[in-house]
Write a protein that binds this ligand. Structure first.
Ligand SMILES: Nc1ncnc2c1ncn2[C@@H]1O[C@H](COP(=O)(O)OP(=O)(O)OP(=O)(O)O)[C@@H](O)[C@H]1O
Ligand SMILES: CC(C)(CO)[C@@H](O)C(=O)[O-]
Ligand code: BAL
Length: 296
């Protein structure tokens, strides 16, 4: 595995591997402090690509004032060991100065999809994500780029960007990976105290219970499903809800208040962001609601 820190080194290493005729190039962008969610993206990339580039970069321009840019967990030695053991061919791990030698005057903005869910609570966040992902795509020129559905809104936004700008890359959404007790893997889980970690299980449980209630007909509309989600999360005294929303996916449109969810067109997303102390966690589930009673 090659570890490169500058765009020049990246292009040189890629050129070498491409000249060996190693097949499609896959890009796995991350902010590091790697876990099994990231490893699953690498695994998926290796199924399709002969050359897999992982980037590790805590992107300052996607953090708002007062957010955790400075304290975001970092562990380069551990990350490089994990990336190597899971088969990355190149790890691109630039300094902020390499990515932004001067403050960027150019930003990519996807409208509409970015003014809800995390976009509403983190103004400017997705402009930072779309800008840095565009830079990474321009640097690597991958055939495929792999993103986890833990950040489902990010997948929707990036897919729209690639379509709108005719970018020559396929966005591959990858499944959300959970701990065995249901907590979505996230680098930020390391911030949680033991008690917060225990109470954070209400996130996945609320989504599971809402899905089950929709499917067995106890819950019919989006507002009923939201009420159920909020009531389960409220069982945790430490939980402070940022948002809990049910929208169409990937268009992220509201669902009519009186429409039975089982009659909604296509997939829906139930998504939430909840704070436990200083830690903001997100979780979601994307599915096509089907009444189980109607299937038997
Ligand atoms: N549990 C997970 N399952 C699948 N993909 C994941 C998971 N966690 C992160 N990813 C994906 O890994 C990529 C890099 O994400 P990132 O480095 O921000 O990790 P993270 O754990 O989401 O960190 P954060 O604490 O910022 O939420 C993204 O495409 C993200 O969706
Ligand atoms: C895609 C990404 C690496 C861009 O900084 C980041 O938003 C993330 O880790 O999901
Ligand atoms: N995976 C999301 C990156 C962020 O929270 O900034």
């Amino acid at each position: 595995m090659k570890v490169v820190r500058t765009v020049e080194q990246l292009r040189e290493s890629l050129g070498q591997l491409r000249s060996e005729g190693r097949g499609p190039v896959g890009l796995v962008p991350t902010m590091g402090f790697l876990h099994e969610g990231h490893a699953s993206l690498l695994r998926r990339a290796k199924e399709t690509c002969g050359i897999v580039v992982m980037s590790i970069f805590v992107n300052p321009i996607q953090f708002g004032p007062g957010e955790d840019y400075e304290s975001y967990p970092r562990d380069e030695i551990r990350d490089l060991a994990l990336a190597e053991s899971r088969g990355a061919d190149i790890v691109f791990i630039p300094l902020a100065q390499e990515m932004y030698p001067k403050p960027t005057r150019t930003k990519i903005k996807v409208s509409g999809l970015t003014d809800k869910l995390c976009g509403a609570s983190r103004p400017g966040h997705f402009d930072g994500v779309t800008t840095v992902v565009t830079k990474l795509i321009n640097m690597v020129q991958p055939d495929y780029a792999f993103f986890g559905l833990k950040d489902a809104q990010q997948v929707a936004v990036l897919s729209q960007m690639v379509e709108d700008l005719n970018m020559n890359v396929t966005i591959v959404p990858c499944p959300l990976i959970r701990e065995s007790d249901g907590l979505a893997l996230s680098s930020r889980n390391v911030y949680l105290s033991a008690e917060e970690r225990r109470q954070a299980l209400v996130l996945s449980r609320s989504l599971r219970e809402a899905r089950a209630a929709i499917e067995d007909g106890r819950v019919v509309t989006a507002s009923e499903a939201r009420e159920l989600i909020v009531s389960v999360i409220s069982e945790s005294p430490l939980a402070d809800i940022d948002y809990a929303d049910i929208l169409s996916f990937p268009a992220l449109e509201p669902i009519a208040a009186d429409l039975p969810l089982t009659r909604a067109e296509g997939e829906i997303i139930m998504a939430l962001a909840v704070r436990f102390g200083r830690t903001r966690l997100i979780d979601n589930i994307v599915f096509t609601p089907k009444e189980v009673a109607a299937l038997v």
